[in-house]
Design a protein around this ligand. Structure first.
Ligand SMILES: [Cu+2]
Length: 409
């Protein structure tokens, strides 16, 4: 018998020899050939589907709902219409904003009227590129090109006509849910708007308070984590107690693919967001925003009011000013029930607080989330108080020998 090397057999001959198993006639072999090709195709397709739908985390429960529009590696039990499909974007296609952070001093003064009126508010949803820290770019989504968005100020009883325009360059629809609204979705459903379009709605501000607003377009936490949040103050009929200075601060989180401090353009990381592991926790959009030239400035004796919100989307803030005690805190921004003499106050995610205090001693005060490791992630600000020293309240002294002896006992 002639020996045939394996390499001398052509693949088509192998197929032909296999097909003889299904019959001798050309018709039988033709049918078998198509059946074989069909079968192999089905197996390849099944293998591809299995490989692509395999969850990243083996611990994920089976039978989870996979929402439409959700990428294969992301699964959710949530009621929304799917985990965020983060589109790959080209950073050169978006407007570059030099400084994304909202100035803490950029807010309207107290309203000087005691009657309600109709107020018109125009906001623009934009997607821009800006630096989290120098050399670390990010695709921020904003209201009016800053994080947080504009501080809105109305009076209880006002009718607010709000228009949201979505910039034509946006890669997503956007919307606004204001917690000051009494009505479904806080306005989100009525303002969900495609790029290049506008939507308007009207609401009556029934309850005074300091309220968060944010984008609520699915996947809502993604839109918030990219920067779409701000505060609206609904002043009570009699206004707020007089303050010498008011400031606007909002805590937020950034979820980047690269670790804290990694340079280069950073894509958003949805997996870190769902695991509540922000790389940055910031005041006013980025680290170092309310520091140095952005620091809050006051004089000894000033009565300061801080409007502080928390966009989140995950971390409750334990807000504290190192070296000060709040004379008054409006917990969770409930204007009718202030607390007095408070050291640290909680700000829920999607909530706000107002703190008031008189600064007695000059120097630099650090504003923090007292979950203090978050300072390393960016959650700190500086209040610089200038004026005459107040040694009767605060000063260094020489230790007395009798005190030292007492300490040794
Ligand atoms: Cu949005």
């Amino acid at each position: 018998m002639k020996k045939v090397k394996i390499t001398e057999i052509k693949p088509t001959e192998v197929i032909d020899r296999c097909l003889t198993l299904f019959g001798d006639s050309p018709e039988d072999r033709r049918k078998a050939k198509y059946t074989l090709i069909g079968g192999i195709s089905l197996i390849v397709l099944a293998l591809f589907w299995l490989a692509s739908s395999k969850p990243e985390q083996e611990t994920m429960a089976e039978g989870m709902k996979m929402a439409p529009g959700m990428p294969m590696h992301m699964r959710t039990f949530g009621p929304g219409d799917g985990y965020h499909v983060h589109k790959k974007i080209d950073p050169t296609q978006f407007k570059h904003v030099k400084d994304i952070s909202k100035k803490s001093t950029d807010l309207p003064p107290p309203l000087q009227r005691n009657v309600p009126k109709t107020v018109t508010i125009n906001l623009k949803a934009t997607e821009v590129i800006s630096d989290i820290v120098p050399m670390t770019g990010f695709h921020y989504w904003t209201f009016n090109n800053t994080v947080p968005g504009p501080f809105l100020r109305v009076r209880v009883g006002d009718t607010v006509k709000l228009t949201l325009e979505n910039d034509k360059t946006s890669s997503h629809d956007h919307s606004i849910d204001l917690h000051a609204v009494s009505g479904p979705g806080g306005g989100a459903g009525l303002t969900e708007v495609e790029p290049g379009k506008k939507k308007s709605f009207r609401f009556k501000a029934l309850i005074p308070g300091l309220f968060v607003y944010h984008c609520a377009t699915p996947n809502a936490p993604t839109h918030i984590a990219n920067g779409m949040y701000g505060l609206i103050l609904v002043e009570p009929e009699a206004g707020l107690p007089q303050a010498d200075k008011e400031f606007y601060i909002m805590q937020g989180e950034l979820y980047t693919k690269g670790m804290l401090g990694q340079m280069g353009f950073q894509a958003f990381d949805g997996q870190k967001m769902i695991e509540e592991r922000p790389e940055y926790v910031v005041f006013n959009g980025r680290p170092w925003s309310v520091v140095e030239e952005g620091a809050i400035k006051a004089q000894v004796g000033d009565r300061i009011r801080l409007f502080v919100g928390n966009g989140g989307v995950s971390k409750v803030s334990s807000f504290h000013v190192i070296g000060e005690i709040f004379d008054r805190v409006y917990p969770e921004a409930a204007i009718s029930r202030p607390l007095e003499d408070v050291q640290t106050t909680l700000i829920p995610v999607g909530g706000a607080t107002m703190t008031e205090f008189k600064v007695d001693v000059p120097g630099d005060y650090v504003l923090v989330d007292h979950a203090l490791t978050r300072i390393d992630r960016g959650a700190w600000a500086i209040l610089t108080v200038s004026g005459k020293e107040q040694p009767d309240i605060f000063s260094a002294i020489e230790p007395e020998s009798r005190d030292i002896d007492l300490a040794k006992q």
